[in-house]
Structures are given as C-alpha cells and as structure tokens.
Design a protein around this ligand. Structure first.
Ligand SMILES: NC(=O)c1ccc[n+]([C@@H]2O[C@H](COP(=O)([O-])OP(=O)(O)OC[C@H]3O[C@@H](n4cnc5c(N)ncnc54)[C@H](OP(=O)(O)O)[C@@H]3O)[C@@H](O)[C@H]2O)c1
Length: 214
C-alpha cells in the first residue's frame, strides 16, 4: 500500500517506519522540521520519503492521521481533499495537557473526525497501545500468540485496509464494531496509557483478549 503519514511524531514516526519495513511505500509529513521527516524516511530503510501533507495525500491509498487533537484543523486543512482515501486515525480527542477526553459519552473523536472528512473511508485503530510497544510487537510478530488490537468503523473498505496494516505490524485485529464503539475504545486507550505510564513495569505494554469456549 502507499501510505501517507499525517503527523510524524511518537505514533506516526514509529508506525510509518514499521509500515515501510513491512513493505509499504510511506510518505512522512507534518512535523515542525523537514529535517526530522527526512531523517525518519532515511532511518525507515524501506520505500520512504518526506513530503508535505498535500504530497502525502496525493501519493497515498491510505493515510494515518496521528496528531494531537489541537492540531487537527491545521493538518486537515494542509492535507486537502481526502475523499476516496482510506483514513486510519490513531488520534484521541485529548485536551491541551492530555489529562481528559474533550469528546466522550455521546460522541467520540473518531465520530467527529469521520463527519469532518466525509467521503473518506474512515477507521479508528492503533490508538489503544502506547507508541513504546510498537517496535517490540513488530519484532515478535512471528510468535504464535499476538497481542490484540481493537479497531472500529462504519466503512468496509477502511476496515479491510486497517486489518491488513494491523496484521502487518504484528497484532491480531479485533473488530469492535461500528464507529460509535469509539465511545468505548477511546476511554479504554486512557486506561492503557494509565497502566503504561503511571504504573510499574514501563510503557512497553500491549493487551490480549481471549474468548473461552466449552
Ligand atoms: N503517543 C502515544 O503513545 C499515543 C497512543 C495512542 C494514541 N495517541 C494519539 O495519537 C495522536 C498522535 O500522538 P503522538 O504522541 O504521536 O503525538 P506527537 O508525538 O506530538 O506527534 C504529533 C506530530 O504533529 C507534529 N506537530 C505538532 N505541532 C505542529 C505544528 N505546529 N506544525 C507541524 N507539525 C506539528 C509534531 O511535530 P514534531 O515531530 O516536530 O514534534 C509531530 O510530528 C494523538 O492524538 C494522541 O492522543 C498517542
């Protein structure tokens, strides 16, 4: 797949790097310095390059949206027309100091974004794991037991692309249902962050759901 990264920070930088290592063609965009985007592209060691958000969109089948909620308007304005593109968002609707969700209960960040970029194949994924675990999961992807990764959305094309990317990174995709389920997955992401950053053991943390049948 040709993947444009909109937001090349902790999440976008690592996810983009791993997508490139998994064989996808990646354009890193949206950071405060072009030098950083070029550095990421060089270090990814695959088919990766730096570009503007507009260039990332033009060259892409799928976009990863990975910015702080406060930067969303800016990045989407710079990105331009996303109609017909798969948009995978790992973004959470956090307040300025990352202490609370600013959209919750009756809507979710994902639902608000999907309305904002109507016409895109939108899916919410990758926001329930800390960036620090991504390389470890990728390195362990040949092992039998993979960690789960919940995703949700209303668009079959978006979900199909997300499943492929989730698998490529070493997780077992778990379809949590329609996009309104982001009202549950987004607070769940805060629980994972609490365990990762505030409890003992470090942020290299992923989760696994098991079903037990008789
Ligand atoms: N970090 C996690 O573990 C994690 C986990 C789950 C979900 N999330 C969610 O994922 C999203 C991305 O998180 P993140 O931790 O990757 O954020 P981040 O590290 O802050 O990355 C955001 C990107 O936006 C860029 N940016 C910020 N202001 C900019 C500006 N004025 N002009 C151009 N670029 C600008 C940053 O540039 P620089 O590179 O120059 O800083 C960075 O590349 C957020 O919505 C977050 O809630 C994060």
């Amino acid at each position: 797949m040709r993947i444009g990264i909109l937001g090349s920070g902790l999440m976008g930088g690592k996810l983009g790097t791993l997508f490139a290592r998994a064989g996808h063609e990646v354009v890193f965009s949206y950071a405060r310095s072009e030098a950083k985007l070029k550095r990421l592209a060089r270090a990814a060691k695959g088919k990766a390059r730096a570009g503007t958000p507009r260039e990332a969109v033009e060259a892409a089948d799928a976009l990863l949206l990975a910015v702080h909620w406060s930067r969303m308007d800016d990045v989407l304005t710079q990105a331009g027309d996303l109609r017909g593109k798969v948009v995978v968002s790992c973004s959470l609707p956090m307040n300025h100091d990352d202490t609370a969700l600013v959209v919750a209960h009756t809507s979710s960040g994902a639902e608000e974004l999907a309305k904002r970029i109507a016409g895109a194949h939108f899916v919410s994924a990758f926001n329930t794991v800390p960036s620090e675990v991504l390389f470890r999961v990728y390195a362990a992807k040949r092992k039998a037991s993979r960690p789960s990764l919940v995703y949700c959305g209303d668009d079959a094309i978006g979900k199909k692309a997300a499943v492929r990317l989730i698998r490529d990174l070493g997780f077992e995709p778990l379809d949590a249902g329609p996009l309104r389920i982001a009202r549950y997955t987004e607070p769940f992401a805060l629980l994972v962050a609490e365990l990762a950053y505030e409890r003992k053991g470090g942020p290299q943390l992923a989760y696994r759901f098991n079903r037990y049948r008789r």
